[in-house]
Design a protein around this ligand. Structure first.
Ligand code: ARG
Length: 589
């Protein structure tokens, strides 16, 4: 049970009140929402919206109620007493507004500070999930599309892990397929002695890939050898297998450098891993009568889509789809994952749509009724340059991730060194902070968008220290830490002894926003919307700075201890948000 979730705690009260109000209607699920302030008018912090629905069901029958407002009134009167609630009122057609008790909010915050914010973690109805993310292709450069997948996927994994779900972080790298024939033959040509193959010798794998492609397209004899090489590789011939491994290893080293910098953990199970499972899976689907011949290929048709999913190409080879079928089955049956989440650009939407429909036809996944296991594809938009076109460098090359991260870091370092305070910092600290800020900015700029939209990559915007950016948020957090430091108080001591009062309305507003953390994470996680968490974090920072800190003196005031606790609670929640977004916090500016 999640004690941090205010909405659920309130819903429990309504679970008592609703059946008491209308015993004739069983299974009414309480609809409790956090109130959004509209035009400055606000009657409560939460609202129960069941009255109208109930009224529309019972209005024809003989009933004591005269309308939805009366139903709302009765729901309110039947609420069991609770120390969560300060007052209730009924508005309009039966909306029951609840004002939370200040004391209860303060108690919840103190409890969180003492027991730790993990006690506010959401509880999800599943034990294990697969997040399939990043998944670049061997020998091809990781590009900004893979960056989006890496950043968004990592956040999903982090939110699920926080919610006590075991997450298998899967890097479904493209390490199998016909391009390897070409790469291997090219490798043999360039390095007749396998000992000479080293990362340094090959240099840039992307350039190597391009050169081999030129060779492949221009020389029929080479092309023929490359095609043979695929067969020999897939037949398991030692020399070919070794060369394949060498190429994969070089790519892997390169990918890992990026993951390391981003602080992202991934476990590789590439396409090649599932290859041995494909024949069995296709056999099973064939027995189920799902596979047909179509223009020389073997295909599966799924409801609602005209084109079929090709599972065996006309040359007899397997492909991306057959691999994904085997992987999906493996994840469900062997790994017992209850939720399988894939992150790629929206261009692959149809592929996953067909894949999941095929899995439903095969009975691996239940119909779309919200039950588990469940598979979800999260498609994201393109990363655009400032010219509104696909993000590329001047020479219209794909932007290399390593360069992009370098630039983000260097720019934030320059900005940092312009501040007087940072001038005296040790080099190590400057490095650490500029990395946290630079990489954090790249991540946040991506995560704050609705994932489906294209987004424009703009260093100046993402590194601005005003506005909705990681820089602004990280600095806001550092400032809170410095308020606490300046008080000279030992915050652990304050936690143990002080009481918190939320008498000022801005203290209360901040406290209320803080106790809503848990329900926001739950929503972001269940609906796979990191932008919801970003928005919460940004609002938290705004309420702290523009309301609380502008109007309530902390250090030196009569309420100092209580307000320090509020600062500490804010910093704690902000840090957890940063953590979930994969951003390293900064404590000092
Ligand atoms: N390697 C693919 C790409 O770069 C992404 C793989 C996504 N995962 C999957 N199971 N298909 O586009």
């Amino acid at each position: 049970e999640n004690v941090g979730n205010v909405k659920r705690q309130l819903a429990k009260l309504f679970e008592v009140s609703l059946p008491a109000t209308v015993p004739s209607e069983t299974d009414i699920v309480p609809l409790v929402d956090a109130c959004i302030v509209k035009s400055g008018v606000r009657f409560g912090d939460y609202q129960c919206n069941n009255a109208m629905g109930i009224w529309s069901k019972i209005r024809g029958e003989e009933t004591e109620f005269r309308g939805p407002a009366a139903v709302g009134q009765a729901i309110m009167n039947n609420l069991p007493p609770s120390d969560m609630v300060e007052s209730c009122s009924v508005a309009g057609p039966g909306f029951v507004n609840v004002v939370l008790s200040r004391n209860w909010i303060a108690q919840s915050l103190i409890k969180m500070l003492i027991d730790g914010i993990d006690t506010w973690a959401p509880r999800l109805p599943i034990k294990r999930a697969v997040v399939d993310f990043s998944s670049p292709n061997i020998a091809k450069e990781m590009h900004v599309g893979h960056l989006r997948s890496t950043i968004i996927g990592d956040t999903f994994a982090r939110m699920l892990e926080f919610s006590h779900v075991e997450v298998l972080r899967r890097n479904h790298v493209g390490d199998w397929g016909t391009q390897f024939g070409m790469l291997i033959e090219f490798l043999f040509e360039k390095f007749p002695n396998p000992e000479d193959v080293k990362e340094a010798a090959i240099g840039d794998l992307q350039t190597f890939y391009k050169a081999s492609k030129v060779r492949f397209d221009s020389d029929p004899e080479f092309k023929h050898r490359a095609q043979q090489a695929v067969v020999r590789l897939q037949g398991g011939e030692d020399k070919y297998h070794k060369a394949w491994k060498q190429i994969c290893e070089i790519s892997r080293t390169e990918f890992h450098r990026v993951y390391e910098r981003l602080g992202v953990k991934l476990e590789e199970k590439g396409e090649s891993f599932y290859n041995p499972y494909i024949p069995g899976v296709l056999e099973e689907l064939n027995k189920k009568g799902m596979i047909e011949d179509n223009e020389g290929a073997r295909v599966i048709f799924v409801p609602g889509i005209k084109i079929p999913l090709i599972v065996v190409k006309s040359d007899g080879g397997y492909n991306y789809a057959s691999t994904d079928l085997a992987a999906l089955r493996y994840r469900i049956n062997e790994e017992k994952a209850e939720w399988i989440i894939y992150l790629t650009d929206v261009g692959q939407q149809q592929h996953f749509d067909m894949l999941f429909k095929a899995a439903k036809r095969a009975g691996w996944l239940p119909a779309d009724d919200g039950s588990y296991p469940k598979a979800t594809h999260v498609g994201f938009g393109l990363v655009l340059g400032e010219d509104g076109k696909r993000f590329r460098t001047r020479s219209s090359e794909v932007v290399r991730l390593a360069d992009l991260l370098d630039e983000a870091k260097n720019r934030s370092k320059t900005a940092l060194l312009e501040r007087d305070t940072a001038k005296e910092w040790p080099e190590e600290e400057v490095e650490k902070t500029s990395q946290a800020v630079g990489y954090g900015a790249v991540k946040y700029a991506d995560l704050k968008n609705n994932k489906l939209t294209n987004y424009t990559f703009n260093f100046d915007q993402m590194l601005n220290d005003k506005g909705n950016t990681a820089v602004y948020l990280l600095y806001a957090h550092a400032r809170i830490c410095s308020i606490i430091r300046k008080s000279g108080k030992d915050i652990e001591e304050v936690k143990r002894n002080a009481k918190m009062a939320l008498d000022h309305e801005d203290e209360r507003a901040l406290g209320l926003h803080l106790v809503q953390f848990s329900e926001v994470v739950e929503e972001a996680c269940i609906n796979l919307l990191p932008n919801v968490l970003c928005e919460y974090l940004y609002n938290l920072s705004e309420i702290f700075t523009k309301k609380f800190y502008s109007n309530c003196q902390v250090v030196g005031s009569a309420e100092e201890s209580s307000r320090l606790l509020l600062c500490e609670a804010t910093a704690t929640v902000m840090r957890k948000c940063f953590h979930l977004l994969g951003i390293e916090p900064v404590y000092k500016i």
